[in-house]
Write a protein that binds this ligand. Structure first.
Ligand code: KG4
Ligand code: ZN
Length: 324
């Protein structure tokens, strides 16, 4: 089965072709990131305007790279939620028009769930049942997955998402946007034990809170002379605390649900320190930890197409009344 996937939930426009739920034939992502960086965050109006301009060209290119004709598409899949309304509507409108024109079925996809499915793309063979952590710029949530058509929330952030905290800390330090990769880069030479930052407690033991740690960095930074050395230590110390809480709660979720597989997804899962810490801590508890390939951690349409293929196989259906 050949699925065309469309992803336009934030600043990216993604179009991909995936065969039989796992084999990526093409996966294109156009980003308007450069246009947002001087504003220190995504400007929704800019994002949706660029998405509108680029989606048709990306569609043509995705077919070309996959070496298929539009008539060979069996299913059109699109991210419907959550995301920026003005951005989602570009993808959803394009997908509806395409499904109608081709006379093919249409499936709407939950963006957060598709980040987990990225663990099944390519050669990655994640196993179920599993606990899953989605850690991105907009979300930090833990799930229990018996099957991909049965995904249940175990906990989530009560305030900032983890990626958002990386972005805000980078902004406080004047590093730029998006902050995650920039923090990771300077943290490499920093002392992760230099400053003790603690994430705030939460009522739900599988919930998260990242706004307190971001504020702690702000106050720490404000009162000091920001030398490069201090920035490196701050970045390393912040990353250490943020990753430690993700690891601790994810392993607790595995224990509570009695599962031996842990699937991680979302932009922050590209962080190499996070990947190392998760792998090591999980191993110590006899848990197998899975991550998508680095380029499939960030927003992309291959995860949308793959996930849609899996859901369609399980009998999930939508029609042209599909909405965001
Ligand atoms: O999944 P994603 O592309 O978009 C959302 O659905 O939000 O995630 C983007 C987030 C941003 O906050 C970005 O700073 C963070 O992922 N990120 C990272 C890294 N690469 C991207 N955070 C930490 N370390 C990284 N290497
Ligand atoms: Zn995302």
């Amino acid at each position: 089965m050949i699925v065309l996937g469309i992803e336009s939930s934030c600043d990216e426009t993604g179009v991909a072709v995936v065969k039989d739920g796992t084999k990526i034939l093409s996966n294109l992502v156009a980003s308007s990131l450069k246009l947002h960086s001087r504003h220190g965050g995504v400007v929704p109006e800019i994002a949706s305007r660029i998405q509108l301009e680029s989606i048709a060209g990306l569609f043509a290119q995705a077919l070309n790279e996959a070496k298929i004709k539009a008539g060979q598409i069996d299913l059109v899949a699109v991210t419907t939620h959550p995301g920026l309304p003005g951005s989602l509507i570009v993808g959803v409108s394009f997908a509806k028009a395409l499904a109608l024109a081709l006379g093919k079925p249409l499936l709407g996809i939950n963006h957060i769930h598709s980040h987990i499915y990225a663990n099944l793309l390519g050669n990655n063979k994640a196993k179920l049942p599993a606990a899953a952590l989605v850690v991105s710029g907009g979300h930090t949530s833990l799930f229990y997955i018996k099957d991909f058509s049965d995904i249940r929330v175990l906990g989530q952030t009560r305030d900032d998402a983890c990626g958002e905290a990386f972005d805000k800390v980078a902004k406080i330090m004047g590093l730029g946007y998006p902050g995650g990769p920039l923090i990771e880069k300077i943290a490499k030479d920093g002392d992760r034990h230099k400053i003790k930052f603690a994430c705030s407690g939460t009522d739900g033991e599988l919930d998260f809170s990242f706004s307190g740690i971001k504020t702690a960095v702000l106050y720490y930074f404000k009162d000091k002379k920001p030398s490069l050395k201090l920035k490196k230590d701050l970045a390393a110390s912040f990353q250490e605390s943020a990753v430690n809480v993700l690891v601790r709660k994810s392993l607790l979720a595995c224990k509570k649900k009695k599962v031996k597989n842990l699937l991680i997804g979302g932009g922050v899962a590209a962080n190499r320190t996070l990947r190392q810490k998760f792998t090591q801590a999980a191993k110590e508890q006899g848990i197998k930890c899975f991550f998508p390939e680095i380029n499939l951690c960030m927003d992309n349409a291959a995860m949308v197409a793959g996930f849609a293929g899996a859901l369609y196989k399980r009998g999930v259906r939508n029609d042209l009344n599909l909405n965001m």
